[in-house]
Each structure stands twice: as structure tokens, then as C-alpha cells.
Design a protein around this ligand. Structure first.
Ligand code: GLA
Length: 642
């Protein structure tokens, strides 16, 4: 990673006449841009006809960058195969669950398991890499673009064969697969591997094990596509870091933990969702997730928007100052690069209504002025680069669990595991307690408090990991419908939650999903979920009005595990969170009024920066742990050294 904050965006000069390029780089310099992502959607211009390559124009792009001291995240343009590809190899186009083969005409028009796609993608990637291996502008490889954004699961015959091959490597025998998928149910027992299909449209609910394994297979297929490009690039340029932009916290089709393990540095994209009431808290979740995926090391924000996007029902423009606050949020949470989609707003094409660093109206605009100001501010914050964020709290998050709970036949459709994780994260955000995300089987050393908002599926190893954390002195808070099934989505028997009955000192006999709000004995309100639990050693801290346990605490080894048998409303959840944070000794980064975000980044040598970002319309005072009081005006932010 650089010793400055990388700043810039996707540059797509092929959309513009060449005369524009000089103006582009001049304005980039004015804005303090030191990094662009280039070539992402250039395949049809670099290889206009199969095996005919035209690099002259792109040489000039790269040379212009180098001449202006701007570095490139150079893309392999494999996210958007040209029309000639679909024309010559229609069998490589993706097929949906209804058996519909999609046409070219947008992007990501390929089946992730297609050998012919892979061959052509590796060929163009090799061409790009060998041509620019020693180019002075090359700083990093940007492989593909948002793997699986549009084609995460393909149901074609090629995918079916690849799925069967994947299953054979994961299950020693067909008997083992039949057992894992519970195929005795509904007469689904397989007598030949050839009978197994992707979960295509079928009269009723698909088999849950089949559906879950297909999602795992599909995610693995994308990771494998990435690693095939990465390995090629590493051979050609062993010293150039390789990444691909994830969509951490937004798209759940790819297992980000698996992807992150293969990246030299995690990069991710984040866009505010206008329909959310506090989208900046969602941003904080995504940023914390990106940092956690990179093992706590600085990461790169590859894309966000300067203002409106173009793919929501109502694309809200950012208010003055919002672009800066959003960028500083990512920086506060560990990003060493703040990049946008895209540099210059498109004149034509499907994203012409997406904001950019340089709007249609040109540089004399609110957006460009904010872009220039942000560039200067980030240059002044170069010392922040390389510092890290330490969290005392972690939320367990696993894609397999999200995918398993996505099966339509659940006790209720109102309990969304991702929304629960975000809600628990938001409860900590509101009090300034920094929080990581962790894989259930990941290393929990160093955390004081581990939260398990909704981890329906957990492996034996994951279950033991949490238990070990508590026994060694940690505090855990487990939410309802967690630890329910094994890694094949089979119920853990003998009383829920089978994974953690002993840890929690509780055994649940039956679920009672709710169709309205309820009030607990303490006065706290809850909704969506309730259950009849019997305590077996745990202390009851709150009950339903019927007297049954709603909140329990069980001491185990040197630590304690709390359990909620219902989905508490935000205020009640905040109170429980305050109690478990106090018990674990998890403290806020600073004292601040509601709506003021506080996070600290620190260097190993002790230099640190407290970020205080005021998302409210009132001036606020932030009190640092050392007692320093700093006023942060409404909508403004301060980076307080020390
Ligand atoms: C994603 C893509 C970009 C662009 C933006 C629009 O992040 O990577 O190419 O489509 O979305 O928001």
C-alpha cells in the first residue's frame, strides 16, 4: 500500500475523443488524483475482433498517466466480453434457473464455469499484462470487476457438470451426499451422480442441501476464475499486488472470506442505499467488513459515488458535505485509498445518470469543488496511511449461514440475518464502539466481546471456536435462531440451539414466531421471534410476561455467554449491548453526541488519529479518552491527532 492515501476513480477514456484526455489528466492533477483504475471495460476496444489486438490507444492512456505522476490500478478487462465472444460461443452465455439463456448486450455475459470464457479471458489478461508489465504507471492489478455482480449463479449444462465435479470432491460417495442433503425426504435419493442438477426451477421448495452446496460451488467457481487470472499475473509481474473489487456488505453471492484469502490487498466498493434511514451506518458496516476481510490491515475503497447512483428506484443526490463525510468514514475505518466510480460522467450508455468526479456540467460544480477539496484534505492526511483500527468487539458472519437461511421454508421470513448483523453493528456504532466482523471459525483472540446476531448455520469447528473464546474469558451475546443447523443445514437435535446448549445453559423446545410487537417483563419491547426456552444453569435476566426466559446469562470457564430468545427492538437491544460491553470492558473511541461517529486509527509507534464525523445538523462536542473537548460543527468532521 502507498505511503499516501490513494485518491481517484475509474477512468474510462475510451468513452471520449482523445482530445478530452489531456483535459482529464489536467483536472485530475487539480483534484489531487494520484491513482485511477483503468481499462476495466476496455475488452472490445483492446480486442475488437477475436485475436486482433489494438493497444496503441491504451499505450497513450498509460503514458499520459505516467507523465502526470498518476498511478494505475490496471484492469484485466474480463468482466465484459465483447459481442464477438457471444456471437462465436453462444454456449458460454449464462443460463438462469428457469432455463433461459441470456443474451449479450450488458456486461458479465458469461457462465463462470465456461472453459471457453476462461480461455479467452486469460488470453486478453496475458496480453495486457505482458504489454504493461514494466510500465511506470502500473501500481496494482485490478482483476475483472465485481465478480458475480450479475452472473453469480449459472444453471446451464456446463455448470451442472462442474457442480457434479465439485460435489464429488466434497463428498467421498453418493451415500455421503444423500445423507448430507437428507434425500430420504420427498423421495430425492440419488442413485447416480449424473442425476444431480443445479437447483433449477422446480414445482416446490428445492432441497436445502442442494441449494446451499450450489451456492458454495458457484462462489468457489468465481474465486477460481479470479485465482486463474491472479496466478497468470503473478507469473508475469511477481511484485505487483493483485486485487479485485469486492462488494462487501452489499452482495452476498460470493463468499467474501474465501475471496479475501486470495487477494494481496482487499478492495471493495460501497454505495449508499437511499431507502435506508441511516445509510452512513450501513457504510460503516461495509467498511468494518472490508477491514476485517483484510485481517485488520489497511484496505482500498475501490469505488463509491460522489453523489447519486443510477440503479435505485430513487437515486438520491448527496447533500453538500456528504461526499466528504462518507469518504472520511471509510478512511477512519481503515481505508488507505478513496476511489470513485467514475472519473468523468458518461455521456452515453447505461450509467449516464450515475454521478462522477467530473459531472456532465464540468468543473464549475459543487461536486468537482468537493472532489478538489477532498483531494487536498487527503493529501494532508498522508500520515494516516498504514495505521490500523483496533476493535474489541466482533460480530460473527458467514455466507454459508446466510445462504442456508435464504431457503424459503423458514419459521418466519421476518428474521433477516444480514439485517440483524447490521442492526447489532448499528447499536455499537451509535455509542462509538468499534466492531470487526469475523468468520465463525476465525481467530477470536484479542476480542473482549463476540456477538452472534443470527448465525443459523454453524460448523462444529465454529461452535467450538465460540465456546473456547468464552471459556478463555470472553463475553458472548447470542441472538435467536443461531447455532440451529450443522454445515449441511441439518437440524442439531436435542433442543435448540444444538450448537451452544451447554455454552448458553439453555435448551429451547419450540419456536413461536410473532406477528406483532410484544412487551417483556422489564418493559423492553420485541418483535418477530419468541421461543420457549428452559434454563439449565443460566441466570434469567429478563422474561416474557408468561415468565419464560427472554434474556439469559451463563458463566462458562472464565467467561460468560448471554442469550436472547427474542428479537429486541433497537432501544432494548441498545441496553443489552451496553450491559455486555460494560461486562467485557469494550469502550467507545470517544464520548460523543448521538449521530457523531468516532473511530481511532493508530500506528504501531503510538501516533494515532481520532476521527470524529458529525452526521447531524447540530454542532457537537466530542470528548476524547484523555479529556480533550473538541467541537465538531454540524455536518463537519475533525481528525484529532494524538
Ligand atoms: C459497480 C460497478 C461499476 C458501476 C457502479 C455503479 O460498483 O463496479 O462499474 O457499475 O457499480 O454504481
Amino acid at each position: 500500500m502507498p505511503d499516501v492515501i490513494a485518491y481517484g476513480g475509474d477512468w474510462n477514456p475510451e468513452q471520449w475523443p482523445e482530445e478530452t484526455w489531456e483535459q482529464d489528466v489536467a483536472l485530475m492533477r487539480e483534484a489531487g488524483v494520484n491513482r485511477v483504475s483503468a481499462g476495466i471495460f476496455s475488452w472490445s476496444m483492446l480486442e475488437p475482433v477475436e485475436a486482433v489486438f489494438e493497444f496503441g490507444w491504451f499505450d497513450r492512456v498509460m503514458d499520459l498517466l505516467a507523465a502526470n505522476g498518476i498511478q494505475a490500478n490496471l484492469a484485466t478487462p474480463t468482466a465484459s466480453p465483447p459481442p464477438w465472444f457471444a456471437d462465436a460461443y453462444p454456449e458460454a452465455l449464462p443460463v438462469d434457473a428457469d432455463g433461459r439463456r441470456l443474451s449479450h448486450g450488458s456486461r458479465q455475459g458469461f457462465c463462470p464455469s465456461s472453459p471457453i470464457y476462461r480461455e479467452k479471458a486469460l488470453r486478453i489478461a496475458e496480453q495486457v499484462a505482458t504489454r504493461y508489465r514494466e510500465h511506470p504507471a502500473l501500481a496494482m492489478w485490478h482483476v475483472h470487476n465485481e465478480y458475480g455482480c450479475h452472473n453469480a449463479r449459472c444453471f446451464c449444462d456446463t455448470s451442472a457438470a462442474a457442480f457434479r465435479a465439485w460435489l464429488r470432491t466434497h463428498y467421498a460417495s453418493l451415500d455421503a451426499l444423500n445423507d448430507a442433503w437428507g434425500t430420504a425426504f420427498w423421495s430425492q435419493r440419488y442413485s447416480d451422480w449424473a442425476q444431480i442438477l443445479p437447483p433449477r426451477a422446480t414445482p416446490s421448495f428445492p432441497n436445502p442441501g442442494q441449494q446451499l452446496d450450489f451456492r458454495r460451488f458457484s462462489s468457489d467457481a468465481l474465486v477460481e476464475l479470479y485465482t486463474s487470472e491472479r496466478d497468470l499475473l503473478r507469473k508475469i509481474t511477481p511484485d505487483v499486488p493483485v486485487t479485485t473489487n469486492l462488494m462487501a456488505g452489499a452482495h452476498w453471492d460470493m463468499d467474501c472470506w474465501a475471496f479475501a484469502a486470495e487477494l494481496d490487498v482487499v478492495s471493495t466498493d460501497h454505495y449508499l442505499i437511499g431507502a435506508r434511514s441511516e445509510p452512513h451506518i450501513d457504510l460503516a458496516f461495509a467498511a468494518d467488513y472490508a477491514r476485517s476481510l483484510n485481517g485488520g490491515r489497511p484496505w482500498l475503497l475501490m469505488e463509491h459515488s460522489t453523489s447519486a447512483v443510477n440503479w435505485q428506484p430513487r437515486n438520491l443526490a448527496k447533500a453538500p458535505g456528504e461526499l466528504r463525510r462518507n469518504s472520511l468514514q471509510h478512511l477512519a475505518r481503515g481505508a488507505d485509498g478513496i476511489m470513485f466510480f467514475q472519473w468523468r460522467a458518461s455521456r452515453a450508455g447505461a450509467e449516464k445518470w450515475h454521478s462522477a468526479m467530473l459531472p456532465h456540467a464540468g468543473p464549475d460544480t459543487k461536486i468537482f469543488r468537493e472532489v478538489v477539496a477532498l483531494g487536498a484534505e487527503l493529501a494532508g492526511l498522508a500520515e494516516v496511511a498504514g495505521s490500523t483500527v483496533k476493535a474489541d468487539v466482533a460480530i460473527l458472519l458467514d455466507h454459508s449461514s446466510v445462504w442456508a437461511q435464504d431457503h424459503p421454508a423458514q419459521p418466519t421470513s421476518d428474521l433477516d440475518p444480514v439485517e440483524e448483523a447490521k442492526r447489532w453493528h448499528a447499536a455499537l456504532w451509535r455509542v462509538g464502539v468499534t466492531c470487526d466482523l469475523a468468520h465463525p471459525e476465525g481467530d477470536l483472540t484479542g476480542y473482549r466481546l463476540v456477538l452472534v446476531p443470527a448465525l443459523y448455520l454453524v460448523s462444529d469447528a465454529g461452535a467450538a471456536n465460540l465456546e473456547g473464546f468464552v471459556r478463555r474469558g470472553g463475553v458472548a451475546l447470542v441472538g435467536p435462531y443461531s447455532g440451529i443447523v450443522d454445515e449441511h443445514d441439518r437440524v442439531r437435535l436435542g433442543g435448540y440451539p444444538g450448537a451452544w446448549r451447554d455454552l448458553l445453559g439453555v435448551s429451547v423446545e419450540e419456536f413461536f414466531p410473532l406477528d406483532g410487537p410484544i412487551r417483556l417483563e422489564s418493559g423492553a419491547t420485541a418483535s418477530v421471534w419468541s421461543e420457549v426456552a428452559h434454563v439449565n444453569g443460566a441466570k434469567v435476566l429478563d422474561t416474557y410476561v408468561t415468565g419464560e426466559p427472554a434474556w439469559t446469562r451463563n458463566e462458562q470457564g472464565d467467561g460468560a455467554a448471554h442469550y436472547l430468545t427474542t428479537r429486541l427492538d433497537d432501544d432494548a437491544l441498545a441496553e443489552v449491548m451496553a450491559a455486555v460491553c460494560a461486562e467485557a470492558g469494550a469502550k467507545p473511541a470517544a464520548q460523543a453526541a448521538p449521530g457523531v461517529e468516532v473511530v481511532r486509527r493508530s500506528h504501531a509507534d503510538g501516533r494515532s488519529f481520532l476521527f470524529a464525523i458529525n452526521h447531524t445538523e447540530e454542532d457537537a462536542v466530542v470528548t476524547t479518552p484523555a479529556g480533550q473537548k473538541v467541537t465538531v460543527p454540524a455536518g463537519d468532521a475533525r481528525v484529532i491527532p494524538g
